[in-house]
Design a protein. Structure first.
Length: 197
């Protein structure tokens, strides 16, 4: 494997445009029934809408349908069971609104990355981000993963979950192989954080 040099240190924050999200007719309430579950192929379009809503403000990397289809097994979603979206005619299955998502991407035998953590603005500050990360932590333990890492612009949030800031050059080379394909590689504005499981 070729060694890839880590990108330069974090740049100053630049003012970002407003996110673009689907407007909800019904706002979340105390009686919202949020269910955390693994994503399926049928969820790709809604996950794309959620992730790319934040990507429009440069708060996370944009994703395309090919990426999601190829990595759908990595994704976890939160749905509001009180908000039906549509019913599939053939199966008569009622679908619910996807209000949050995240991805656990295994990179090597002992390390995985928490990616694409996105919570619809109307559902923020309800603990969904924490619940999704905890779901992924348990999944990582079951897989035998001993360390999680993330690149984030929300350092304080991940600190509350036990993640610690790490110097970029202390991350394994496998991480930088992934990063070298990122459009932000030479102007990365994210903080690296790790959690030992």
């Amino acid at each position: 494997m070729d060694y890839v040099v880590p990108p330069p240190e974090r740049l100053p924050v630049i003012k970002k445009p407003k996110e673009k999200f689907r407007k909800l007719v019904k706002k979340p309430k105390e009686d919202s029934r949020i269910v955390i579950q693994k994503a399926q192929i049928r969820d790709v379009e809604e996950i794309l809408e959620l992730i790319n809503g934040f990507a429009a403000s440069n708060l996370m990397l944009p994703r395309g349908p090919q990426y999601l289809y190829e990595n759908i097994r990595d994704f976890v979603i939160a749905v509001d069971a009180n908000v039906p979206v549509y019913s599939m005619t053939a199966t008569r299955e009622v679908m619910n609104l996807i209000v949050a998502c995240g991805s656990l991407h295994v990179l090597w035998e002992d390390i995985a990355e928490v990616r694409a953590l996105a919570i619809h603005p109307d559902y923020q500050h309800l603990g969904l981000g924490s619940r999704i990360v905890e779901f992924m932590e348990e999944e990582a333990r079951q897989l035998g993963i001993h360390k999680l890492f993330t690149f984030t612009m929300t350092e304080e949030f991940f600190k509350t979950l036990g993640f610690n800031k790490i110097n970029r050059k202390d991350l394994p080379p496998k991480v930088w192989g992934e990063c070298s394909r990122c459009p932000k590689y030479f102007q990365c504005d994210e903080v690296g954080m790790v959690l030992d499981l």
